[in-house]
Design a binder for this molecule. Structure first.
Ligand SMILES: [Fe+2]
Length: 344
């Protein structure tokens, strides 16, 4: 059900507090054809309430004619900022960018962040934003987990369904998502609350068995029968199972790019206000599935690009796969056991 403008303005106020937005600073709200009007309206009210300047930059949608899905994460790489120098300079000149259109995986985004910009993505429905408005404690939990992941050199995942896969770590940075941007050069996503990194090139190896209830994104569907993926040399080498395996393989092959089968970010969910069951209640175009990605105790792995981590792979296909009931070990020590967080 809907939330009131009052609730959403209050949520934005909390987010802007955590972002340490100051009076007189410039906020640019990045919008496009699918931007939620209530989210935009309430964000502007909260920005103005703090005495900050609210600019709106409305950009043309891209990739609609080539993507097989309407999900904004289904076709990545080319964005409305590609070749759009005037827009890039406006964003670089802003103290804070509120991305209400989904700007991801682009060289231009890197340029804005490298210039000290801050970008907060917020595109989930207003009621999801309100339910998962970030807190300082979210940041503390993600950074504590990150301190452990940062020093680990191997990540090993097993499950009763048959998953047994390992990844070497250490070559790529951390992806710490806690829902607000409190430092120059930081990108984040409200709502979130998970941690990830990228496995060393060529190191992903083993078997992943998706069990009924595991989730495919951007398909935004629960798996109903086992799907077995064999990984070797950092790539998915085979996908076997029922029609869901066929659907996944067919979709990935449609990009005509062997790099779509590379393993991308890997990590686990830390957000207790995110819930595995939420995806079942929403139409596919209503959300991008952040409950599934951030749900505490999931194992979230993905395929496709690594350019947002400083790698060179910029393939357009990105699949996120949150799995339940896995045990995740860092250098042999469990951080998730049978789908539940191991705290401390
Ligand atoms: Fe992802």
């Amino acid at each position: 059900m809907s939330v009131s403008d009052y609730e959403l303005v209050q949520a934005w106020r909390q987010v802007l507090d955590l972002c340490r937005l100051e009076a007189g600073q410039t906020v640019t709200l990045l919008t496009s054809a699918d931007t939620n009007r209530q989210t935009l309206r309430c964000a502007i009210l909260a920005v103005r309430d703090r005495g900050a300047i609210a600019n709106r930059l409305d950009l043309q949608p891209t990739n609609g004619g080539v993507s097989l899905s309407r999900d904004p994460l289904a076709y990545v790489g080319t964005t409305p900022l590609t070749g759009n120098r005037a827009a890039v300079e406006m964003l670089k000149a802003s103290d804070l960018v509120l991305d209400l259109m989904t700007l991801l995986f682009s060289a231009e985004q890197h340029e804005i962040l490298a210039a000290g910009g801050r970008i907060l993505l917020a595109v989930e429905p207003p009621e999801v934003l309100v339910r998962m408005v970030p807190t300082a404690e979210d940041r503390t939990r993600v950074l504590a987990a990150s301190a452990r992941l940062r020093t680990a050199r191997s990540l090993h995942v097993t499950s009763a369904a048959g998953t047994d896969v390992s990844f070497a770590l250490g070559d790529y940075p951390m992806l710490e998502e806690y829902g607000f941007v409190d430092a120059p050069g930081h990108w984040d996503h409200w709502p979130s609350g998970f941690l990830a990194t990228w496995s060393n090139e060529g190191s992903a190896r083993g078997t992943i068995v998706l069990a009924p209830g595991d989730i495919l994104l951007p398909q935004k569907s629960y798996v109903t029968a086992p799907v077995t993926l064999r990984l070797d040399g950092g790539y998915v080498r085979s996908i076997e199972g029922g029609y869901e395996a066929d659907h996944l393989r067919d979709y990935m092959e449609s990009f005509g790019d062997p790099e779509v089968f590379a393993v991308s970010h890997i990590g686990w969910g830390l957000q207790r206000r995110a819930h595995w069951s939420v995806l079942g209640f929403y139409d596919r175009e209503a959300s991008i599935g952040m409950d599934a990605r951030a749900c505490a105790g999931n194992f979230l792995w993905s395929t496709g690009p690594n350019n947002e981590a400083g790698g060179t792979r910029d393939t357009a296909c990105h699949i996120d796969i949150p799995m339940r009931n896995c045990t995740v070990k860092l250098d042999g020590v469990a951080v998730v056991r049978d789908g539940r967080l191991v705290e401390g």
